[in-house]
Design a protein around this ligand. Structure first.
Ligand SMILES: Cc1cc2nc3c(=O)[nH]c(=O)nc-3n(C[C@H](O)[C@H](O)[C@H](O)COP(=O)(O)OP(=O)(O)OC[C@H]3O[C@@H](n4cnc5c(N)ncnc54)[C@H](O)[C@@H]3O)c2cc1C
Length: 486
């Protein structure tokens, strides 16, 4: 269940060949003789934000000048090891849509973890969007950040009713921000503003689009400047803990290029984690998804380009999501770049979606569905004038309570094993603060704190995350959601 060697190529990968980070540290044996404070496994947005926080601190303002650092904490010795190219998992294959939930998931999360935690989950998503924007700005990472409004377009009355129920429940809980969320009840008005003739209602709230791979390569580059040792093309095949007499012990990570040794191991390995933590696979499942880029017809360029991002829902897994890229091609005079469109989930048999890590293939049925979807959905879209340019798949990590899995395996003797995984199909609004949160906990541990002994309240304070994200033994046994169908 390791990442396969010949994955499909996403739009983001195809258009970022100039990045010097892709194959950084790909040659030679690994430095087995060194003992790292932390080895991070996985270079997606989770692993990259963790490495960045470990090395550059909270605001990325830890000074690069060693002398200036004497009054600050010593910088830990950190390596990041990646099976394939740098950022080549789900983060390099997603829809580039950072869409913090403003109300819709409230009831669903409340049924699993209670209303207070459900509220914190939503707050965390908004914080994640702000974090990516602020970090990109501060570090001058060119990742085409766009922030504006998103449409939730409802294609069926029952989907609209379900969404409205959560809207009202969040309002009753006292936290719905009505200045932020606009509810469009009238179908005709919804059709007019969304340009989707079939929709029966809509809601709008704040969201963003981003070039995810460039954001992560930017973080990795800033972390390398701060001392990160990045090794790509080095799949970790096993991890082993050796207890030392008085101390917490040393982890050994095996790869075909030799071993690495560390006091702490952070697995940011998403849907691949079971390969390294046997037994976790009943709680954290791999989940394949497909996405595409489509050059729009003239009616969707220039003044006709979309002014919002979209999620277009028919119910359950049956939904599409899309952002329209800014057009950066100087040769083209038009505004309004490709649509990045994902969905078509129900068209693939479940056994080809759940439990597979093969992102080397696409489903022809989903490809055809995505190619023709805008023409079947948006007014004035002529298929003859549009062109599917890329289609690809990626592997996500789904948990059985639909929430991220963060923190230390605190209940076993093997101290120092940390996870930041399970972002579902929603990692752009989750993973960055999760990576930062786990890094905060590890930094605390290196400074003498004891994560295992923390109350949930202390854990929330130390990590900045809702405690329902915390990795506990009891949680790994939960089965609230059947990921095969949701
Ligand atoms: C098609 C698709 C569309 C999506 N669209 C969106 C969207 O629009 N908005 C949104 O919010 N979310 C979306 N998602 C989900 C989002 O991409 C993920 O939740 C997020 O990127 C997860 O980030 P991560 O860093 O945790 O995992 P990843 O980016 O998957 O990173 C994990 C890394 O670990 C590496 N790895 C795994 N095992 C090993 C090992 N043993 N040794 C070394 N390295 C290893 C992998 O190669 C990979 O690079 C989408 C996902 C897919 C697949």
């Amino acid at each position: 269940m390791l990442p396969v060697e010949n994955p499909t190529t996403s739009y983001w990968q195809a258009t970022s060949a100039d990045s010097p980070i892709h194959d950084h540290g790909r040659d030679g044996p690994l430095p087995t003789e060194q003992l790292f404070d932390v080895v991070v496994v996985g270079s997606g947005i989770s692993g990259a934000t963790a490495a960045y926080t470990l090395l550059r601190g909270e605001e990325g303002d830890d000074d690069d000048d060693d002398e200036a650092r004497t009054t600050k904490r010593p910088r830990p010795k950190v390596a990041l090891v990646e099976a394939r190219r740098a950022c080549s998992g789900a983060t390099a294959r997603n829809g580039g849509h950072c869409r913090p939930d403003a109300y819709a998931g409230f009831l669903r999360y409340a049924a699993i973890v209670g209303k207070d935690q459900a509220h914190k989950v939503l707050v965390n998503e908004r914080q994640t969007m702000d974090y990516i924007r602020d970090t990109a700005q501060r570090e001058k990472i060119d990742c085409d950040w766009w922030q504006g409004k998103t449409f939730a377009a409802f294609m069926k009355h029952e989907v609209k009713a379900l969404s409205r129920k959560s809207y009202e429940a969040y309002d009753e809980y006292g936290q719905l921000n009505k200045e932020e969320v606009t509810w469009i009840e009238d179908a005709e008005e919804a059709q007019r503003v969304t340009r989707i003739p079939g929709c029966v209602g809509a809601a709008t709230f704040t969201a963003a689009s981003v070039y995810p791979l460039r954001f992560v390569h930017g973080l990795l580059s800033r972390s390398i400047d701060a001392g990160l040792q990045l090794f790509t093309h080095a799949p970790v095949t096993s991890i082993e803990h050796q207890q030392q007499k008085q101390e917490q012990g040393i982890w050994t990570l095996s790869t075909p290029r030799g071993t690495l040794r560390a006091k702490h191991v952070l697995l940011a390995t998403n849907g691949y984690t079971e390969a390294l933590v046997p037994g976790l696979g009943d709680f954290l499942l791999s989940h394949k998804a497909q996405c595409s880029s489509i050059d729009p017809p003239p009616a969707y360029r220039d003044e006709g380009s979309l002014k919002q991002t979209y999620s277009i829902a028919k119910g359950g897994e049956d939904f599409e999501y899309l952002v329209q890229r800014p057009c950066n091609d100087a040769k083209r005079s038009s505004k309004g770049g490709p649509f990045i469109l994902g969905g078509g989930h129900p068209l693939t048999p479940r056994d080809q979606v759940v439990g597979t890590v093969d992102d080397s293939t696409v489903s022809d049925a989903v490809t055809e569905h995505l190619r023709t979807y805008p023409g079947r959905t948006f007014e004035g879209w002529n298929d003859d004038e549009s062109r599917l340019t890329h289609v690809w798949t990626g592997i996500q990590g789904y948990t059985r309570d639909s929430l991220p899995l963060c923190g230390q395996q605190a209940w076993s003797d093997s101290a120092g094993l940390w996870l930041c995984v399970g972002m579902q199909g929603h990692g752009m609004a989750r993973a960055a603060t999760c990576g930062r949160g786990v890094a905060r906990l590890i930094l605390g541990q290196l400074a003498g704190a004891n994560e295992a002994a923390m109350t949930d309240e202390q854990w929330e304070h130390a990590s900045g995350l809702p405690s329902c994200f915390r990795w506990t033994n009891a949680r790994s046994k939960r089965r609230d959601v059947d990921c095969r169908y949701e």
